[in-house]
Ligand binder design. Structure first.
Ligand SMILES: [Zn+2]
Length: 707
């Protein structure tokens, strides 16, 4: 039966809140088609305007609102897809997605749109813009420019072709990593020494499953492979060093010329080697970069980030490295001492060195000895409801707000709760859905998805922000409440930090609103909020036994807090090696290089690292973040955001963790401001100076000379 567009479609015209309970798969494609048609028609109207009539509202702002028709349909679909994506919803979304992508591709490369933006930018009004409007116009021009809008003729065609080529090459890169397999088959039970029972059971199940494809696997065997849930625990717990060495070397040889498809590969004997792809990918990126007028890819990448220049980022990484290295060396030394102390015999029979495949194993054992407390002991102090209440109370105190549960709004599942953020006078700031428990068809992990950004529409309508806060925490039942590990508590606080950033926004233009900030700044509010789950003053307000109400005992708390900085130096150095490698690759002005990527990586590790790069390993070949993901010349942002967050939180530590006046200032100067000003300016406004890494170094346990 053809779809009747006159029938009501819950994805169209639904009022303030999406009608999640009513949405069906059959609604999705028709709604997207209607929305695209509307946006397209509105775009044509904007494009027909005579230049003499151009103003901000009827050009730049009108373009923002033109996209709303699509956003209003597509955002609820995407939200639903990750949370309640049944097969039919998934199929319908897969059918609709290419339509959306095609619309945006055409839009961003439409020369008429770029001409309109440039013509408006030349008007007297545009030149006198200030504040948000000025910033949004600049961002818009830059976005179009970086999408190749200024290129013409042959160059434009080449640019489009390079985009396609890069998307193919990245896909090939990540496929090669995923397809590189190795199965470690164990038949002697004694080899499993040290591994927890659930991991052993899992390994047996894997062997049984795999036998269907590879009959050679003996009955009763155990199987470990290079997938993290199998590889990670083996590296951490298996007593047999030779097993760990074997798997480690295979792991670090993924997507190299030595890689293959393992037992499931059948007769397929094609190359999975990513080394030539790294060069090809960089050559294509560099050509794009040069077409846009930049000298290397790092320079291009930073155009839309907070960090000022590649040189500054490199300096930042090296400075942090110099300061963290002594700590990492001390931690490395402690591992050597520990292996001697417990009489651990490594595979190379050399007790004066720790080898990379022993690192996680020895660290885990040492951590246990130094700090061990059973996580089961802290869990009763982090009952989920109690923790949420504690987290809300803290936010209510420091930001002078109220968090109120609301009913009567449609949800996609009965587990979903809805809360309003209100000012003290009861006026509504924004609304968020909270979906905390795992389900079969819910995506794993934790995240916040913005649904509506705070803004004022051109007709004066005020739009209140909405978002979804998602976790996958243990669900309570009739007999057991949900008792959280501290890691889960930290995750919850992290996501709540993102949600508050989104909801507090007082920005008027939607594209600058909430979490729409430069991406090396976006993790500041979330990571800063984690601190309230680590600081004694805030933690003690809610870490109470769910049955007795007793506050968490000091001894237990001290152990938990001390373990936070365990081997932080080594972790920091590893992140810095990856970041420096990323910049070394992407700051090159020629794709021709006599050194292989692995040679470059080795040089960096030799200069900055503690562990050495082992012969036969080739980490760059599986570094998908920067070669196949969005982190090219952006990997530094993990450490960058940590520095900002630790630095900003030091004001809370000095002036009072639960001090409402500092909370208010942080809210007004950072959380409410979205991307309305360059993040460095917001940061300096709050801190009264440029960022400093001292707070992070202190947290890691390093002495810092002056603050
Ligand atoms: Zn985050």
């Amino acid at each position: 039966m053809p779809y009747n567009i006159y029938m009501t479609n819950p994805l169209l015209d639904y009022g303030e809140f999406a009608a999640y309970a009513d949405i069906q798969a059959k609604d999705i494609v028709p709604a997207i088609n209607i929305a695209i048609t509307k946006s397209q028609a509105q775009l044509e109207v904007i494009l027909e305007l005579p230049v003499a009539e151009y103003n901000f509202a009827n050009t730049i702002h009108a373009l923002v609102e033109m996209e709303n028709h699509i956003g209003n349909v597509w955002t609820p679909v995407e939200n639903l897809l990750s949370l309640m994506g049944k097969d039919d919803i998934r199929d319908a979304a897969n059918e609709a997605r290419p339509l959306v992508v095609e619309f945006y591709n055409n839009y961003s490369l439409d020369p008429r749109v770029y001409k309109l933006i440039k013509d408006y930018a030349q008007t007297a009004e545009a030149k006198s813009l200030t504040g948000e409007k000025k910033r949004h116009l600049e961002n818009t021009v830059l976005d179009f420019k970086l999408s190749g809008a200024e290129l013409e003729g042959k160059e434009k065609e080449e640019f489009k072709a390079l985009n396609l080529k890069l998307s193919d090459l990245s896909q090939k890169f990540s496929d090669n990593v995923t397809d590189s397999k190795f199965e470690l088959i164990i038949t002697d039970e004694a080899e499993l020494a040290g591994l927890p029972d659930d991991i052993i059971d899992g390994a047996k199940r894997k062997a049984n499953e795999m036998r269907e494809q590879a009959a050679s696997i003996p009955v009763g065997a155990w199987l470990f492979n290079l997938d993290y849930p199998s590889y990670g625990p083996l590296m951490k717990f298996a007593d047999k060093g030779n097993l760990r060495k074997q798997l480690y070397l295979k792991y670090l040889a993924k997507a190299t010329d030595a890689a293959n498809r393992g037992l499931s590969g059948g007769d397929k004997n094609d190359s999975l080697n990513n080394e030539p792809l790294i060069q090809e990918i960089y050559a294509a990126k560099l050509r794009k970069t040069n077409l846009l007028g930049y000298k290397n890819y790092a320079e291009l990448s930073l155009q839309t980030k907070m960090a000022p220049s590649p040189e500054k980022v490199k300096e930042f990484l090296q400075r942090l490295g110099t300061k963290a290295k002594p700590l990492a060396q001390k931690e490395y030394q402690a591992l050597i001492e520990f292996q001697k102390q417990i009489g651990y015999q490594n595979t190379e029979n050399n007790s004066d060195e720790v080898y990379p495949w022993d690192r996680d194993y020895l660290s885990e054992k040492l951590r246990k000895e130094k700090y061990d407390f059973d996580t089961n002991l802290t869990k009763p102090y982090f009952e989920l409801r109690n923790t949420i209440k504690g987290m809300f109370d803290i936010a209510e105190t420091i930001y002078s707000i109220k968090l109120v549960e609301v009913k009567g709004i449609q949800v996609w599942h009965e587990d979903v709760e809805i809360y309003q953020v209100q000012n003290k006078d009861g006026s509504v700031v924004g609304t968020f859905y909270m979906d905390l428990y795992p389900r079969d068809i819910k995506r794993q992990g934790a995240w916040v998805m913005p649904l509506l950004g705070a803004c004022i529409e051109s007709d004066g309508t005020k739009i209140l922000p909405q978002c979804t806060l998602v976790c996958n925490l243990t669900k309570p039942n009739d007999t057991h409440p949900s008792l959280l590990t501290h890691i889960e508590v930290v995750t919850l606080f992290h996501e709540f930090g993102h949600a508050l950033h989104h909801l507090f926004s007082k920005v008027e233009l939607e594209p600058l609103s909430g979490t729409n900030v430069e991406w090396d700044f976006v993790e500041l509010p979330s990571q800063l909020n984690e601190n309230f789950s680590w600081e004694k003053e805030s933690l003690l307000t809610f870490a109470k036994h769910y049955q007795t109400g007793e506050v968490i005992p000091d001894e237990l708390l001290e152990k938990m807090l001390a373990a936070r900085t365990f081997n932080e130096g080594l972790g920091c150095i590893r992140q810095l090696e990856f970041s420096l490698f990323d910049f070394a690759i992407h700051m090159r002005e020629s794709a021709e290089d006599s050194r292989s990527p692995n040679d470059i990586f080795k040089e960096i590790v030799a200069e900055n690292g503690v562990f050495s790069v082992w012969e036969g390993t080739n980490f760059p070949c599986s570094f998908s973040h920067i070669f196949a993901g969005g982190y090219s010349a952006g990997y530094y942002s993990y450490k960058w955001a940590e520095v900002l967050e630790a630095d900003a939180f030091s004001r809370f530590q000095k002036e009072g963790v639960l001090n409402p006046s500092i909370g208010q200032e942080y809210k007004e100067k950072i959380l409410e401001r979205g991307d309305s000003e360059p993040p460095m300016d917001l940061f300096k406004d709050f801190m009264g100076r440029e960022p400093s890494e001292n707070a992070l170094l202190e947290r890691m346990g390093l002495e810092v000379a002056s603050r």
